[in-house]
Design a protein around this ligand. Sequence first.
Ligand SMILES: Nc1nc2c(ncn2[C@@H]2O[C@H](COP(=O)(O)OP(=O)(O)OP(=O)(O)O)[C@@H](O)[C@H]2O)c(=O)[nH]1
Ligand SMILES: [Mg+2]
Length: 298
Amino acid sequence: MFKSGFVNIIGKPNVGKSTLMNALVGEKMSIITPKPQTTRHRILGILSGENFQLIFSDTPGFIDNPAYRMQKTMNSSVRGSFEDADLLVWVSEFSEPDNSLEALHESLNTLEIPLVLVLNKIDLLTRDEILGWIERKRNIFPNAHFFAVSALRQTQTEDLLTFIKENLPEGPEYYPADQLTDRNERFFVAEIIREKILLQYKQEIPYSVEVRVESFKEDVTTSGKPIVMIQATIFASRKSQKPILIGRGGSSLKALGEASRMDIEKFLASKVYLELFVKIRENWRDDEHSLKQFGYEG
Ligand SMILES: Nc1nc2c(ncn2[C@@H]2O[C@H](COP(=O)(O)OP(=O)(O)OP(=O)(O)O)[C@@H](O)[C@H]2O)c(=O)[nH]1
Ligand SMILES: [Mg+2]
């Protein structure tokens, strides 16, 4: 019997959803940083085997009080993922305020599909904390299945994977067996650059920028080696952010370009020539046209 289905991974920002999806799929798909709201777009990670196909969706963290139109579209993409799943994985961490999951308990308890509540980051917890958390949540979510994992250390993630495989319906192979994701190379290149921006710049900057790959050309060097020529633009939402992004004498942008290029080379398994540009797109996070252009579905 061939089992398959859509497994949507949801939860608050920064709880480890992307780390968990990468661990389950066994590939680095989604970018991961210590900062909340790292993931902005839903992304599929596909795991295919002899008799199964699991289609995971990593989603942006659910934000309680969205301030920008961009965050509202991120939330609506999370809500959408309640509806088109065959199995729902809600990821939590211990330190998260208890009310955030509970606020959604009515919609979660009336689901007609299996609901898995995952307590992540158990490498930071004691046994009593883990058991106490599960006990409390079990009272509120009597029908849920519970797993306590460390996505980072890959503790108990195999058990979770087995459970998911066993609890999906009989179904078709939705995607070719060698397809890993629904996103193209350009998307991942832009994401790698955004990951480095999140890691390198402070405060509001990472949240105010968007990255777009303008051109992506495969070429050969003068010595005959393959090289990918990439041009990308970083859009800032205010004029004052441009000099910060560029840095004194261009030093910040140069460091960003170096760090990004190294990871892009690993990802594409090729030499890369990367050119970065900085432009202003005033208040793009509240501008419907820009959001469409940057791929935020309404
Ligand atoms: N100690 C510990 N840290 C973890 C674990 N899983 C993830 N993290 C860390 O938690 C932070 C956030 O991880 P992400 O996977 O980006 O979290 P996310 O839920 O996808 O976050 P958003 O995309 O912002 O919603 C990173 O610093 C991870 O390294 C874990 O099992 N243990
Ligand atoms: Mg994420």
